[in-house]
Design a protein around this ligand. Structure first.
Ligand code: FAD
Length: 335
């Protein structure tokens, strides 16, 4: 049922206030289509609200995707295709897969948010990305109600990026996602040193997908703030890719800066490290601040407004640009 002038505070993990002129939750493609016919534009599709920062009220309709369901839709000798509704909680899907002994999602454990939002920024963590297990998605076009399937190639996945953050941004509601998961001969990824160390601490030499999931959950609980206690939307910025000249300049002034060499010859530098070098880690300005354990995460110490958080993000980006000549790009969707 459509309701009006609804507070979005419970629907965003940063916990900022914003009011939606109209709001409704949909549990099926049919309900979504009816909703779209009645909706006052602009329409915003919202999942768990863990990757958005509201800096103003939403003048149109917010549609919250609550389309559920997880099922195996095809079986192959060593893998299955699993189709999940866009309104399923991502971590619930990961836990379901782990319980079935399926491999492929374990490194992406405990990422907040919904299944439908996962392809939007091609979620990734601990050396894995959604695109590695992605088969296809189904989405409804907001303007027409038309249901369409997108293949992996059509989604144009990149680092925290896809077609749905670029050319087709804000035009579709992803209603279901199909993933290819292994039933045996799992391709486990323990390349991240944190994961390898945690598995060693847990006394596990031959990990299963469930062991890796448990290790990732433990690492994340120790490192990242729980939005239920401290409002945040995860990493605020993407890790920038820089060219050799910029990288040499950083190296000249810092001993052993963290970095990853990319196949394209460019260098990825952790945005959290750059921010920390500028003295922001643990700093608080008014009701917002930089998380004490990870400078890449901005937090709401209580009562913060979206504009306050965005102003802090801009100040941080300006100091990184000043000091390193690097432009930080937000990972979070600023609305
Ligand atoms: C503590 C914390 C840790 C995090 N760690 C990670 C991490 O390790 N890796 C990572 O990649 N991300 C991480 N994130 C970010 C976030 O969890 C993911 O981006 C997640 O996929 C967002 O899901 P959501 O349902 O909350 O999306 P929302 O915040 O509701 O929406 C995000 C964007 O997607 C659009 N959208 C949402 N649902 C749909 C849909 N069904 N169809 C079309 N568009 C849609 C929205 O309009 C919006 O533009 C973290 C966030 C937090 C708070």
């Amino acid at each position: 049922m459509m309701t009006h002038n609804v507070s979005l505070r419970p629907y965003n993990t940063f916990g900022v206030e914003a009011v939606a002129a109209a709001f409704l939750e949909v549990t099926s493609v049919g309900e979504l289509r009816i909703a779209l016919r009645q909706a006052k534009p602009p329409v915003l599709v919202l999942g768990g609200g863990s990757n958005v920062l509201f800096t103003r009220d939403w003048p149109g309709t917010v549609v919250r995707n609550a389309i559920r369901g997880i099922e195996v839709v095809r079986r192959f000798p060593h893998r299955v295709w699993v189709r999940a509704g866009g309104g399923e909680a991502w971590h619930e899907l990961v836990m379901w897969a782990v319980r079935q002994g399926l491999g492929g999602l374990e490194n992406l454990s405990l990422i907040p948010g919904s299944v439908g939002a996962a392809p939007v920024q091609n979620i990734g963590a601990y050396g894995a990305e959604l695109q590695e297990v992605f088969v296809s998605l189904e989405a409804v076009e907001l303007a027409t109600g038309r249901l369409r399937r997108f293949s992996r190639r059509e989604c144009q996945f990149g680092y925290r990026d896809s077609l749905f953050k670029q050319r087709e941004k804000g035009r579709w509601c992803i209603t279901a996602v199909t993933l290819s998961l292994t039933t045996e001969r799992h391709r486990l990824n323990t390349s991240y040193s944190d994961v390898a160390r945690m598995l060693a601490d847990m006394g596990i030499a031959q990990p299963t997908p469930a062991d890796i999931s448990e290790a990732v959950v433990r690492i994340r609980r120790a490192k990242l703030p729980d939005p239920a206690h401290l409002g945040n939307c995860g990493s605020f910025f993407k890790n920038p890719e820089v060219n050799l000249q910029v990288w040499e300049n950083i190296r000249r002034h810092h001993s052993n800066p963290p970095h990853y060499l990319l196949p394209n010859g460019r260098i990825k530098v952790p945005a959290g490290w750059l921010i920390e070098q500028c003295g922001w880690k643990g700093r608080r300005i008014g009701n917002v601040g930089c998380y004490e354990k990870q400078a890449l995460v901005l937090v709401n110490h209580g009562g913060a407004t979206g504009q306050e958080a965005y102003a802090l993000a801009q100040a941080i980006a300006a100091s990184v640009a000043d000091r390193f000549g690097i432009v930080l790009e937000p990972e979070v969707n600023v609305l």
